[in-house]
Design a protein around this ligand. Structure first.
Ligand SMILES: Nc1ncnc2c1ncn2[C@@H]1O[C@H](COP(=O)(O)OP(=O)(O)OP(=O)(O)O)[C@@H](O)[C@H]1O
Ligand SMILES: [Mg+2]
Length: 238
């Protein structure tokens, strides 16, 4: 079996009387692709923030490749080789796509290697046509792809994405799917996502959160047809 790259043990986060994440045991192996889904307030973002170092859990532990990272800051976690895309944009509007990605690459590599990595990311993420455009001029879906470029240049073995398809057109979602599969050739990926079309198109293993706990973990097809999941999450719509 592949190495466990991310694990939480009894991860719990309380805000006053609210238990936002409740004793979550989670395991992800190398090269796995996993979506976290669940209704509003289920605890997905809280779990994501605890794992990425944006919040420190009240109880429980986080391990990355066996190393405990529970109290680490996001930049410390990133320095392990973990690519994190939060919902807050990390890009600079007045710089071009190339410059934005290059600056991210330079954090990890010398100048020559940063040039090479930037060219490679632009090629892999099909950003060639807009490489010289300022970020500020781009459409939402293009900006999201650029943000994945920032993640890709660090050669991550683990990628953590918060709603990468939010607010995207069907065409953008399709492109995003291709990019995620491309990243997944070399990295395990966790994606918090609402967009059902996107989750189905990735056709992946899914962890369903409900009231802070893990309700179910299975392939997306099984999850979508499970009466319990349909009841708490999908209602009659799916
Ligand atoms: N900083 C905070 N202070 C107080 N309560 C919080 C805080 N963050 C989250 N919560 C509460 O914790 C619960 C879980 O919230 P969380 O944002 O993790 O859910 P979610 O699954 O990401 O929901 P959504 O799909 O709406 O993004 C909710 O009841 C929320 O109100
Ligand atoms: Mg959320």
């Amino acid at each position: 079996m592949a190495e466990i790259v991310l694990e939480t043990q009894g991860l719990t986060m309380r805000f006053g009387g609210v238990v936002a994440a409740n004793n979550v045991d989670f395991k992800l192996r190398a090269r796995e692709l996993r979506c976290l889904i669940g209704p509003n307030g289920a605890g997905k973002s809280t779990f994501f923030k605890c794992v990425t170092g944006l919040q420190t859990p009240t109880e429980g532990q986080v391990f990355m490749r066996g190393e405990e990272t529970t109290t680490w800051m996001p930049h410390q976690i990133a320095s392990l080789g973990v690519g994190i895309k939060t919902q807050t944009p990390n890009v600079m509007d007045s710089l071009t796509v190339f410059e934005n990605i290059w600056l991210a690459a330079r954090r990890f590599h010398d100048v020559a290697e940063a040039n090479r990595k930037t060219d490679e990311a632009i090629e892999r993420l099909a950003l060639g046509g807009i490489a010289r455009s300022d970020l500020g001029q781009l459409a939402h879906g293009e900006r999201q792809r650029v943000e994945l470029g920032l993640v890709a240049v660090g050669d991550p073995w683990l990628v953590l994405l918060d709603e990468p398809a939010a607010g995207m057109s069907a065409e953008d979602v399709e492109r995003m799917t291709t990019i995620i599969h491309e990243l997944n050739k070399t990295a395990a990926i966790v994606i918090v996502e609402h967009d059902m079309q996107f989750i189905r198109s990735i056709a992946t293993q899914v962890t369903v959160f409900h009231q802070g706990s893990v309700l179910m973990e299975d392939h997306v097809d099984k999850v979508m047809s499970d009466p319990m999941v349909r009841n708490v999450y999908l209602g009659k719509k799916a």
